[in-house]
Design a protein around this ligand. Sequence first.
Ligand SMILES: *[C@@H]1O[C@H](CO)[C@@H](O)[C@H](O)[C@H]1NC(C)=O
Ligand SMILES: *[C@@H]1O[C@H](CO)[C@@H](O)[C@H](O)[C@H]1NC(C)=O
Ligand SMILES: *[C@@H]1O[C@H](CO)[C@@H](O)[C@H](O)[C@H]1NC(C)=O
Ligand SMILES: *[C@@H]1O[C@H](CO)[C@@H](O)[C@H](O)[C@H]1NC(C)=O
Length: 264
Amino acid sequence: MGNLRAILIASFASTIALQICLIQATFSDSSDGVELMLNKSGGTGIRSTISYMYGSITMGIKLPSGNSAGTVTTFYLSSTGDKHDEIDFEFLGNVTGEPYTIHTNIYTQGFGQREQQFKPWFDPSDGYHYYTIFWNFYEVVNYNDSEINYPDSQPMKAYSSFWNADDWATQGGRVKTNWTLAPFRADLQTYWTEACYCSDEGCVKRCSDKNPKNWWTKPKFKKLNGRQNKQMQEIRDNYMIYNYCTDVHRFNGDFPKECSLAQY
Ligand SMILES: *[C@@H]1O[C@H](CO)[C@@H](O)[C@H](O)[C@H]1NC(C)=O
Ligand SMILES: *[C@@H]1O[C@H](CO)[C@@H](O)[C@H](O)[C@H]1NC(C)=O
Ligand SMILES: *[C@@H]1O[C@H](CO)[C@@H](O)[C@H](O)[C@H]1NC(C)=O
Ligand SMILES: *[C@@H]1O[C@H](CO)[C@@H](O)[C@H](O)[C@H]1NC(C)=O
């Protein structure tokens, strides 16, 4: 199933650009995968040993099929500390026959509240689908004066986890995990990474230098291209089920600054 591909969308007000990224790597169908298990005693997770600053990180994920209500599978990048940066994908399980929810969020300097949600336009449990987080620094340059925090100073590690969140995840917490079905299992394929290793002093600057080796600094990655833009628009039109930038009640009309800027 290694060739099943999903274009991953994590459109954040692209000031904080998570971009659609078409996967170009070849994945092997080898058995170098990881199983994440979840039972009543707890879930599981993995974390990269390496920290990254900019670039592209991909995870192959096969979500549990059937009744996955109450479970949450995640793939995210995060730094540590009170003022951490984080870029998230969360897959919220559902009862048999009802769709998963793809939930995205971004934290900058410890502050999140930038959720967006999508219905998947594919079955995320019918094999491995590949999800990419692409991260570069351009928008921070463009929006330097707008006082929007941007994840441009802290290297992040990659994480994936599988856990129980039946107090909120499925249909607002109304549907609980059915433990008679445990253990639940999510499969991961070791991720493919073309990102800047960053663990030494000065690596943030090194990873931001505009040189050909730092491919994410190329001007073509400043914005989505025409085709990607069209895909993004289609997905937003047809599959987006929540956008913090349109949640009037939540912000009392006083939306976060990036909501009024050009997105992706
Ligand atoms: C849950 O899984 C862990 C790890 O595989 C195992 O040690 C434990 O006994 C399991 N607990 C239950 C309640 O099945
Ligand atoms: C960004 O803004 C800061 C503070 O206003 C300023 O010192 C800096 O020169 C600006 N950088 C760029 C690239 O515009
Ligand atoms: C589960 O299915 C229901 C009904 O289709 C839907 O409203 C909900 O958004 C789905 N996802 C979750 C995580 O509850
Ligand atoms: C939990 O799953 C079992 C096995 O499929 C089923 O018999 C039972 O009715 C389910 N419980 C609930 C509350 O849906």
